[in-house]
Write a protein that binds this ligand. Structure first.
Ligand SMILES: Nc1ncnc2c1ncn2[C@@H]1O[C@H](COP(=O)(O)OP(=O)(O)O)[C@@H](O)[C@H]1O
Ligand SMILES: [Mg+2]
Length: 455
């Protein structure tokens, strides 16, 4: 039987237009990052480059362009080589590196093949192959073993385990290999600061420091908006806006102010489109439940009610899961929140609540991300309102006390780790779980926070 070929309708087979990167004239610092390896450059013989500094300062985009030209012109025209491109997670890599990379390739008219289905996802450009890795994943290290590369690009290297970075460097054994790193600063004792940034001469690395002014795509208005993301003296401001390797010291939430964040009941709306509950569970430590209202379109989140049971403060002492679940039901008194999130470590308590018919979401316990998000939401100044409030009720007292005592662990800082001190943190853990697990996805759905980078 003859097959009648139907002509496609006009335009039906046309691919959607390619997204093309809209370049603005590069800043001086971006040009340096793109060209340091070229003949005639005073840094031509360096083994690599570190672009570090403020968020959104144009580091990653300029590094992609530099890395691409260097790798293609040095190796891609001959038999080709393999390269490592790594980020903290595949998600972060796609958002921060691959998306601009593909747009840049489209803008330059360079053909590429993205092989995403294989065990080791990779991109082929000319004769080169660029393998993609997530540095957080223990398995990534196995994939790296036995691999020979002519260079690497590691985005946000401060967030990646040192073991992965060392392993990746070890793979770059091809003559002429070069190492490209970007990061926002961490603490002054972070291994990447002490062993790479400070040792850059020994390691033959060029360091390029970026500020918001080095990104030609940012208007003054947007820059000012970024500057208002965190309190001016906070560790986040120093690191992400000023680009300093600043120590995390003092109180974690030093922006907390009873006059600002605690509202009389008369100033709190009586109805919310969305309600949520968050739980931090302890057996020898405090158990805390919080009831939140949000979603009125003003970005504000209110902690409306709190339950706080500290076994060391009561004659009765420790309570069983079942007793705490009774407390929970009595406290909730039939209210039906859309979300209930719980400390992921509280496996037996979660089962107890599930057996009673509650649907429980295990909380995202990424401590630093949660703290940073809550800091941003609580930050206020003359031009920015805070987004988190507590109802002025007597039961909030233990949480208010936690705000006044929850500090950075200075011993951990000396080891290069950002960690709050252990202790009175159960109410704050509860709040943090809620923001990271419920409010963060809600913010993203409803437009996100401009300039925010999620890790
Ligand atoms: N020369 C440029 N032209 C156009 N847009 C740019 C340029 N440099 C940076 N940008 C844009 O600015 C934003 C931040 O750049 P990025 O390189 O991701 O910053 P960083 O890595 O420092 O956080 C991105 O949206 C990027 O596309
Ligand atoms: Mg970046």
């Amino acid at each position: 039987m003859a097959i009648r070929l139907r002509r496609p309708q006009r335009g039906a087979r046309l691919k959607p237009p390619k997204r093309i990167f809209g370049f603005k004239p590069f800043s001086k610092q971006q040009l340096k990052l793109m060209t340091w390896w070229m003949p005639g450059s005073p840094f031509q013989s360096a083994d690599g480059v570190i672009a570090e500094g403020a968020i959104r300062s144009g580091k990653t985009v300029a590094m992609i362009v530099g890395f691409l030209f260097w790798s293609l012109l040095t190796f891609g025209t001959k038999e080709g080589q393999d390269f490592i491109i790594a980020g903290k997670s595949m998600g972060a890599l796609k958002r921060n590196v691959l998306k601009p990379l593909f747009q840049i390739l489209n803008a330059l008219g360079i053909k590429y093949f993205y092989n995403r289905s294989s065990e080791a996802p990779n991109i082929q450009i000319w004769h080169n192959t660029y393998y993609l890795f997530a540095g957080h994943d223990e398995r990534s290290q196995d994939v790296l073993q036995g691999f020979t590369a002519a260079g690497l690009l590691i985005d946000e290297v401060v967030l990646i385990p040192k073991s992965f970075v060392e392993q990746a460097i070890g793979r770059c054994s091809v003559e002429g290999s070069k190492l490209w790193y970007t990061c926002n600063p961490g603490g002054p004792f972070h291994w990447f600061k002490t062993e790479f940034v400070d040792e850059r001469k020994k390691k033959r690395l060029l360091r390029l420091h970026f500020t918001l002014d080095d990104n030609p795509a940012l208007s003054g208005k947007i820059k000012n908006r970024y500057k208002r993301m965190y309190p001016a003296g906070s560790v986040w401001y120093k690191r992400f806006i000023l680009g300093q390797w600043a120590i995390a010291e003092g109180l974690v939430f030093d922006m907390f102010n009873e006059d600002v964040h605690v509202l009389p009941l008369s100033e709190i709306p009586t109805w919310f489109p969305r309600y949520g509950v968050s739980i931090d569970h302890g057996t020898t430590n405090a158990t805390v439940f919080g009831f939140f209202g949000y979603g009125r379109g003003d970005g504000r989140v209110y902690l409306l009610n709190l339950f706080y049971y500290d076994p060391t403060q009561h004659l009765q002492g420790r309570k069983t899961d079942s007793q705490l679940a009774n407390d929970f039901e009595k406290w909730l008194s039939g209210k039906k929140p859309q979300d209930i999130v719980c400390d992921p470590a509280a496996a037996t308590f979660i089962v107890e609540l599930e057996n009673r018919g509650y649907e429980i979401t295990k909380a995202d316990n990424a401590v630093l991300d949660g703290i940073r998000l809550l800091s941003n939401q609580m930050h206020w100044d003359d031009a920015k309102q805070p987004s988190f409030f507590l109802a002025d009720r007597a039961e909030m007292l233990p949480l208010k006390q936690e705000f006044g005592s929850y500090g950075w662990d200075e011993k951990a800082q000396e080891r290069g780790e950002d960690k709050p001190t252990k202790g009175n943190d159960h109410g704050l853990d509860m709040v943090r779980y809620f923001f990271k697990t419920v409010i963060w996805p809600f913010i993203q759905e409803t437009g996100g926070i401009e300039g925010w980078e999620i890790h």
